[in-house]
Design a protein around this ligand. Structure first.
Ligand code: ZN
Length: 282
């Protein structure tokens, strides 16, 4: 079986210091936590930015400062920036992280409910953001909260806005979207075209069980405080502890954990794009 890519989703938009003391919020905290997660086995990090008050932001300056510190401390890890909507709904602002030319950025190809909001990704916005991905050559991670989002991504591929092989992240168990069951995971994985890669992000207590299923199925896993605050024993987790937990399960199951270089190969990332972001953050 292919080596396992562990993604760490460290911060997200929702966790606060009141919810857990372990969520990294400032660029310095995020960079230090990225290093610990990489040491524990993460080859990819999914990054959100927070402003000085800890609120979600799409401010390019904060992303730049965060990336600068990550590249200093952990130069090899693959950086994936978020284009999620909780930090703002302006189209151009949501595309800002892609214009920084990270190796990857997230791309939710459809709309669904989330606690308190409609997570809105309308058809014309999808065409717009897919065009930015195409123009920049940044590899999207297609975030799938509902099965129809796979069809939407394949429509964008048919329009030649997204280039195969596509990489998907199944986000399962978010209140308002597809429930976190192994049956749903198997269905989604079976729905992908051949050659695709996929990872799973189980929300809350589903995080480690769905990660374990994905390790057995040959998929990849995303863990972190963005999706889940707790270790399986119910205590508050650090991001590195969540990464270490799935790394241990993978070892126990005989599946090796991928290095960043191996993850780049599995994800068909262009090696020439590895450090393009350094010029953008100068
Ligand atoms: Zn995110």
């Amino acid at each position: 079986m292919e080596k396992l890519i562990i993604t760490a989703a460290l911060t997200g938009n929702v966790p606060t210091r009141e919810m857990t003391p372990h969520v990294p919020l400032t660029p310095a905290e995020i960079a230090a936590d990225v290093r610990r997660c990489a040491e524990a086995g993460a080859s990819l990090v999914h990054i959100h930015a927070r402003d000085a008050e800890g609120r979600p932001t799409l401010d390019t300056a904060v992303f730049k400062e965060t990336v600068r510190r990550i590249k200093n401390e952990t130069p090899e890890v693959i950086i994936q920036l978020s284009t999620g909507a909780r930090a703002g709904r302006d189209w151009e602002a949501r595309a800002n992280p892609v214009h920084l030319l990270p190796e990857m950025a997230s791309f939710t190809t459809g709309s669904n409910n989330l606690p308190g909001i409609v997570y809105e990704n309308a058809p014309d916005f999808l065409l717009f953001l897919a065009g930015v991905f195409k123009a920049t050559g940044v590899k999207p991670e297609i975030e799938v909260f509902e099965a129809g989002m796979i069809s939407n991504a394949l429509f964008l591929q048919k329009k030649e806005l997204l280039a195969p092989p596509l990489h998907f992240d199944f986000v399962l168990g978010a209140p308002g979207a597809m429930p976190a069951t192994v049956r749903n995971l198997v269905f989604l994985a079976d729905t992908l075209p051949p050659g695709s890669t996929w990872t799973v992000a189980g929300i809350g207590p589903a995080e480690i069980p769905l990660a374990t299923a994905a390790i057995a199925m040959g998929g990849h896993v995303r863990v972190g405080i963005e999706d889940n605050l707790l270790l399986p024993d119910g205590t508050l987790a650090t991001n590195a502890e969540l990464v270490a937990t799935v790394a241990t399960i993978a070892h126990t199951m005989g599946r090796e954990v991928a290095s960043p270089a191996e993850a780049r190969q599995i994800l068909s990332l262009d090696p020439e794009y590895k450090d393009r972001i350094l010029k953008q953050i100068d």
